[in-house]
Structures are given as C-alpha cells and as structure tokens.
Design a protein around this ligand. Sequence first.
Ligand code: IVH
Length: 700
Amino acid sequence: MSKRLVDQLLPMEAHIEWRTLADEIAAHDIRYHQKDAPSISDAAYDALRQRYDALLAAFPELQKEATTIARVGAKPSEKFSKVRHAVPMLSLANTFSDEEVGEFVDRVRRFLDWPDSQELAFTAEPKIDGLSCSIRYENGVMKVAATRGDGEEGEDVTANVRTIRSIPHQLQGHAPDVIEIRGEVYMATEDFLALNARQEAEGKPPFANPRNAAAGSLRQLDPNITASRPLKFFAYAWGQIEGPMPSDTQSGMVLAFAAMGLPTNALTRRCASLSDMIAHYRLIEENRPTLGYDIDGVVYKVDDLALQQRLGFIARSPRWATARKFPAEQARTLLLGIDIQVGRTGALTPVAKLHPVTVGGVVVSNATLHNEDEIARKDVRIGDTVIVQRAGDVIPQIVSAVVEKRPADAKPYVFPHLCPACGSHAVRETDPKTGEPEAVRRCTAGLICPAQATERLKHFASRNAFDIEGLGDKQIEGFYADGLITRPRDIFTLEERDAHSLKKLKDREGFGALSVKKLFDAISERKSVTLNRFIFALGIRHVGETTAKQLARHFGSIERLREVAVKASEDGEAAKAELTDIDGIGPIVAGSIVDFFGETHNLEELDALMTHVTPEPLQAVAAASPVSGKTVVFTGSLERMTREEAKAMAERLGAKVSGSVSKKTDLVVAGPGAGSKLEDARKHGVEVITEDEWFERVGK
Ligand code: IVH
C-alpha cells in the first residue's frame, strides 16, 4: 500500500486506496469480532484505521460513498451460547441451467429406479436470500431458536426470534409433540431501505444488502435491537419431529406449517413434470423484481417424503433436493495486481486484486483466477479492465478482460515458477492418468516451505479440526516465525517448553499471563479429540470433513486406517479396495490417503502426535440397527432397490459395504444371478440372505 502522505494523493488515487482499505478493514473486523481469528496485530489494524480516517478527513467527498460500501468497524457480535441441532442443518447442491435440472431429475429417477412412464413429483419454491434458522417447539410452545452455524451447532438466538412478529410463540391446531421448524429469516426490501435511511439519519453506517441487514439484526446480543428491526420468516423445512408426521409429502408439510400459524411462501408449487418445474422457475424469475424480498434462485425437492428418505444425503446436502440459481451478476473493474497464495498442499493460487466494486450488492476486491492456464486462456493482464462475476456465496471470478480498454503497455502475465514463500521450484506434475500436466503448479519444498508448514498448522488447529481456542492464524504465524511451533506435535509440548524457557510466552506481544493460561488449557482440552477431527486435522489432500468422518466410521481407529493405507502403499490391491469400497471414496481420494501414509515423515509425525493425543472413535451411526458395524456385500440383481440405494441404506444403518467377499464379511445379500461372490461366501462360511430377508432384518 502507498505510504505517501495523504495530501500528496490525487483524488482518484485517494479514492482507490480508501475503498481498498475499507474492504480490508471490514474483513479484519469479521475475522476479529465474529470468527475470533484476527490475522494482524492490533497495532497493524490501528494503522489501517488511521490511514482510513486520514483519507476521509483529507477527501471529505469520500464520506458520501461511505454509505455504499460494507460497514466499516462493524459492532462486535458478541458471544451467543451454542445449540446443537438434533438433526443437522444441511445445505443444497446447485444447478445453473434447465439441462442441469433435467440431469438432477434423471439422477433421482436412476437412484430410485423410477420408470420414465411413472410420474415423479417435485415441489418448486423461491430460494430466499436470508439466513436459515431452526425453531424448536415442544408441545406447541417455542422453546429454542438457533442459527445454522456450522450445520451441527448454531447460535442460540431464541430471545431475538421471539421478537419476530410473524413467528408464533405457540403453534395452532395439532402440532407434533416436538417439531423443529426450519426456514429463512429475511428482511423485506422496503423495510431494508427504511432501515438504511434511519441508520444514515442517525449517522450510522448502512447495511450492504437485505441479507446482511437480516443477519446483523438477528445476531444481536440485545434483543431490543432485534425487536426494532423488521424481520420476517418463511418456514420451508424441518428437523426433528416427535409424534405423528403432519403429512407424507413436502407440499403437505408446508400446508401443515401454514395451518399451525407459520408463514409459508405462496409461490410453493407441486410440479408433476420437468416442464412444470422449469415453467415455475420462469414464473418466479419473472416475478423476482416485484416480490418485495430478495431471492437468489428456486429450490426443487422430491415431494414424496418416503422417497426423500430412500434418497438420503451425500456429504452435506440431500440427494432429493437442488437449488436452481439465477444467473450470476457481473460488473467491470480494474485489475490492480495478481497475488500468488501458497496453500497447505503447496498449490500456488493466483488471486486477482481488484479496484473494489459492488457486484450484486457486495463489495468485491479479490477474485479467483483459478490457475495459470486459466490466466493464459483468458489473457488477463495487470492493468486490464475485467469483468467480475459473483453468484450466491461462491468466490467471485474473473470472467474475461475487456480488450478494448487494455493499456498499451500491459504485458501478458507470467506465472512464477518459484514459490513466492520459500523460493523453491514450483512445478506442474504430470497427471498419471491423462499424461497431461496438472492444472495446479505446486511448491516442491513440502514442509520446508514456511507457507505450507504454517497453512498446515493453521488447518490443524482450526475450528473444524482440533479447534484450539487462542491458537488462531496470527498466533501460529508468530510461533512459527520464532520456531516455537513448526510441527503439530510442538503444540502439545508448548507448555512444558515454556516452563523451562527464559523467554516466557506471557511476555510476548499480544499475550499476558491470562491468555497464556487460557491457551494452555485449550491445548490440554484437545488431548482427546474425536477420530474424525483427528483425521481431518492431518490435512490429507482431498480428505475434507465428510470423508474424514467416513474414514473414522469405517476404520474405528487411526491404527486401522494407517495399517490399511500403509499396506495399500506397498501395493496391496485388497487394502486399496477396502478404501475405494467406502461410499464417496474414489480412486483419487484413496490415492492421496495412500500417498500420505506412504511418507515416512508423516508416519513419524503421527507417532509423535499419538504420544500426546487420544483420538476417540465415533459412535456408530445407528447403534440400535441390527447391521451396524457389520460388513455387508450386495451381489446379484436386486429388485426392490438400486445398488447405489442399497449401499447408501446399509451405510445409513451403520454397516460397511464391501465389493468383495472375504473372511471379514459378515453378511452377503444375494439376488438372482449371483455368481462367484456367492461361492466365496460359502467358502468363508459367511451368512447369505435374500433381498427380502434384508428388508425384514433391518425392519423396513
Ligand atoms: S431447503 C435440507 N428451501 O438455502 C435442505 N433452503 O443453499 C434444507 N434456503 O441453508 C434447505 N430458501 O438457508 C430450502 N426454500 C428454501 C430455501 C432454502 C433459502 C437456504 C437455506 C439453506 C441454503 C442452502
């Protein structure tokens, strides 16, 4: 950033710098206040604020623009207590065209083996651009309301939800004994404009869009403030229900919600065919400007709840639903530079630094350029005017450069071949399958590269991994720089080393006796973590939270996973098959698991970690299921369910599904035409049952 004195700047330069600063400060505010993970020191933050204020003082005309950008210095969102959702709150997969909706319908039909000639109904309804909320009623009385949070645990906003006038404190008619109503809290356009006018009149910063206004209003520690903000609600889904189900269809459930006195969306329709689904999308799209509230697409859901049950989930979204998003919004701006970030696996990612611009109501100053080929293909050059696109909550992208506006001296971008963090060679490996170079260029230095090492440590301590409070990105960077923590194991010896050290942690900048004690306590607390968190924390490529959970469920211990992966790395085909047999684990993910455990330094780190940490096995998915913990093989042709469905069902019931029969197999479900697997079962003395017997056994 320019260090020139404010009064030496041209108005245009001041403008650019000021908007960039506003964006940067807003991002730091969020990290600091909402995520508790500041990435810069207080002093550095103060310097940004001082520069911001100095620019504003020298160029008062910027003041009027302060109203159109993100809120700077947002009020701290203080701590709410946490609520664990009885049933996780999921997200939706996205589709972007009529064709993709058709493919979604085809996938559902295929999974269910539903003949083309037979009607399969879906509901279609607007996708509300607000924030989701789960409201629990017991015996018809509102008990707890929570935000989505990470899907498993949200923030307790009961007192605030009680102030939303359209949400009943007591349900009408026959409500189930327990029902968690899920839906969207939003702010109507008109109310949003009035609120912003009020904010301005009071000299307060306005909100960027209705969604931010709704979120900011709901996540207030003082319910009186929430009460003064006009929030509304649409009910469209549910979590736990105890007692009789109000209906056996999605559309029936929404009608039942309305009968209970809950607000529901009038544009919810039951569609009997794909063409009805598309027609309803068009209708909603046409009416979008006059609805009076923001929507960002249409949601389709299988209407029959028994079919929803059969379809189940993949990862964090239901197989029975999808969102059809409206086309992305675009804007033009200047490409000021290209930053190369180094991730935890060494991937060099180009990030476009933009002159801040509002796209679809949000100020954008960074956008992804994906990789080196993408920059070359689009021939995007620093100094170019570029088209930026943003859809929903996805990372903004650069669509193209506006060639007519290219400065004469703009040169094609040359992607660095050296890692910007450590100077080592960065290479594109050859994809063994295609023989082509991989899209991503990676630093070859592994953990010797400080960027990779710190990114891996950050990942290790992060919220969904070890979740060590007080060990955020900023602290890790500081500890790494001083050599105090360079590997995960060092975290667990920090306290002991500090006890013997002359340079105490409590004397470090930004620390004190209390915060050091808190940090040590937080570390101690994590000497036992769930196995899935432990696996996720290892940072194995392609192993996200969902895969980590599947691995934890399947193997039950880190030792078992390690044993199989090490065996597979020594070219054990059967061991590799045990990995790829797990639902959702394909050859690529299996390959990176095998690679990880094939590296001696990883095994060494694992051994060291295990002397400090005890991973706890996950509880079985459905402990009461007669097949939980069993290894099942399906063979022959199945008549009542598709193979994919059989696998998903067995896994939902806590069983492991394998593709081959061995002495470890507990059960073979054989349909007509079963061949060699049946023989293998006889050979190993494994129990064989029919498909009908399977359904009897699992009580379906
Ligand atoms: S259904 C299990 N219906 O979109 C599926 N979601 O991208 C639960 N959303 O987190 C979601 N309008 O906050 C559903 N009519 C609608 C919706 C809707 C908005 C939000 C919701 C969800 C997100 C997923």
